[in-house]
Design a protein around this ligand. Structure first.
Ligand SMILES: CC(C)(COP(=O)(O)OP(=O)(O)OC[C@H]1O[C@@H](n2cnc3c(N)ncnc32)[C@H](O)[C@@H]1OP(=O)(O)O)[C@@H](O)C(=O)NCCC(=O)NCCS
Length: 156
């Protein structure tokens, strides 16, 4: 992974990324966020939005987070199917862990569909644990599992 990581560009999301982000979103989620929704997150306070670009410029993945009061909420993470199982999501979550260290966050949490076994497996391997369930959270009626990664307590 480290050799691959050296060839990748990881940086903040820019407006010029939004078409590719919306397209990857459309093929990655049953009920995708619209482009405007992503656009409203870019440049907004208390957001952490990163993309991974391949050496040829192709969008390999993205993560969109919001943070406040010691908590980071991962709103979205997706990797292009051609780049999956190569550690890209792991790299993106490493970025989020970097943020958590900088802001002394106590918790990273997210919602995931019970049916999304690849994502649940991925989060579990990172140390996330199921802490709750939101009934009919998704527009198609599926519940959401809430998964959390608890971090070091905040220093005073
Ligand atoms: C979930 C997702 C982000 C994972 O991205 P990825 O870059 O392929 O993940 P990584 O390569 O970093 O995977 C790290 C580990 O997670 C686990 N994992 C990832 N995908 C998996 C899958 N399809 N099945 C089982 N385990 C999986 C594996 O243990 C993997 O390590 P390994 O490949 O050495 O076995 C990607 O599948 C995706 O974009 N899915 C569609 C969007 C989505 O569901 N996002 C999450 C919404 S909550």
């Amino acid at each position: 992974m480290s050799a691959l990581a050296e060839e990748l560009t990881i940086r903040d999301v820019r407006p010029a990324d939004l078409d590719a982000v919306a397209e990857l979103e459309r093929i990655s989620f049953p009920i995708p966020w619209k482009r405007e929704f992503f656009a409203s997150e870019v440049g907004t306070a208390h957001r952490f939005n990163r993309v991974v670009r391949a050496p040829n410029g192709m969008l390999a993945g993205y993560v969109f987070c919001a943070f406040a009061a010691g908590e980071i909420h991962v709103n979205k993470i997706a990797v292009d199917p051609r780049w999956r199982r190569q550690g890209i999501a792991g790299l993106l979550m490493k970025e989020v862990l970097g943020l958590s260290a900088r802001i002394l966050a106590e918790e990273i949490f997210l919602e995931v569909r019970p049916s999304n076994l690849p994502a649940r497996n991925f989060y579990t391997l990172l140390g996330f644990r199921e802490v709750g369930r939101r009934p009919q959270y998704y527009a198609d009626g599926e519940d959401a599992l809430v998964m959390s990664l608890f971090l070091q307590p905040r220093r005073p």
